[in-house]
Design a protein around this ligand. Structure first.
Ligand code: XMP
Length: 305
């Protein structure tokens, strides 16, 4: 991308031309990619675009409220409360790819209902360049690439960010006046906290991942990581008060990266790590232990599943 203003002019013109008078729909996840794609498309065609935010129950702390506030100006925005349906669909499932598949399919189901309701002709997606590359290599099933609502007969798909890297998307977001908290937000995977919970997704594990991630993001902000978060690995014994407990093991992950395709685990100082440990074990009852993940990508991936 040579120039942000030029990119925005060209992208909005292209969207306008492609859509004509048609109605388009976009899944707004709250991440920088879909938020930027939605803001661009809304700038191009206004309420002809219906942004759909699905609250899967797998979002970060406060995320749904932030979305509600930030995109309040889009009168066509739909917010669906689907937590119950996602958790039900995931109950008992431990295989990572199966989890991703179930989430992708549930997403599509939620989305189809609205797409049919508003008679959407086009689908707008926030796919960026690295998503396409990883999908071609079939490294992981990114649910935002390739999975399309089959029950909706879209005339076409519009991907205005398809050639951009993440840092370029952030530039566009800033130019479109997307609130700092969204423009500068760390990438968050489509399947949400489900890929930060190893094994079966339960309400309790999601709660731990959500609360711990909020602490980690806050404590590590000064390190300016590409991504910093907490994952829930399994259970281990600990002592809390006078009792032995069998609590969750929380892994702290903080990585530097340009595009998520490779990453380096960040070197953090001991005091910071101890402060995180103390806040996480002190405020989240269900946690007995905190560990720091020192693995780069490769050989690990950034997320846990
Ligand atoms: P991994 O874990 O594969 O992640 O090293 C690379 C980058 O992609 C994000 N990620 C996803 N983003 N849908 C997304 O939109 C997904 O299914 C997905 N899985 C991983 C991850 O957070 C990291 O930034």
């Amino acid at each position: 991308m040579v120039n942000v203003d030029e990119f925005i002019d060209e992208a909005t013109a292209e969207i306008r031309e492609e859509l004509g008078d048609s109605t388009a729909i976009i899944a707004l996840s709250g991440g920088v990619d879909s938020s930027t794609a939605a803001a661009l498309a809304y700038e191009a065609v206004g309420e002809q675009l219906v942004p759909v935010y699905v609250d899967t129950g797998l979002m970060r702390k406060g995320e749904t409220d932030q979305i509600r506030e930030e995109f309040d100006y889009m009168d066509s925005l739909r917010i669906l409360d689907a937590e119950e349906r996602f958790l039900d669909a995931l109950a008992g499932v431990t295989d990572p790819e199966k989890k991703r598949k179930i989430i992708g399919e549930q997403f599509i189901r939620e989305f189809e209902v609205v797409a049919n309701d508003v008679d959407a002709d086009y689908l707008v997606q926030g796919t960026i360049y690295p998503d396409r590359i990883e999908s071609e290599g079939n490294i992981k099933s990114h649910h935002n690439v390739g999975g399309l609502p089959e029950a909706v007969d879209f005339e076409g798909i519009v991907e205005p960010l398809r050639d951009l890297y993440k840092d370029e998307v952030r530039e566009v977001a800033r130019e479109l006046d997307l609130e700092e908290v969204i423009a500068e937000r760390m990438p968050f995977p489509g399947p949400g906290l489900a890929v930060r919970v190893v094994g079966e997704v339960t309400r309790e594990k999601v709660h731990v991942a959500r609360e711990a991630t909020a602490i980690v993001e806050e404590e590590l902000e000064a390190y300016e990581p590409w991504q910093a978060f907490a994952a829930v690995l399994g259970k281990a014994t600990g002592v809390k008060g006078d009792n032995r407990v069998h609590g969750h093991v929380v892994a702290v992950r903080s990585v530097e990266s340009r595009d998520g395709m490779t990453a380096r685990a960040q070197e953090l100082d001991w005091e910071t790590l101890q402060r995180i440990q103390s806040r996480v074990t002190g405020t989240i009852d269900e946690v007995s232990r905190v560990v720091y993940d020192v693995t780069h990508k490769p050989p690990a991936t950034i997320e846990y599943e």
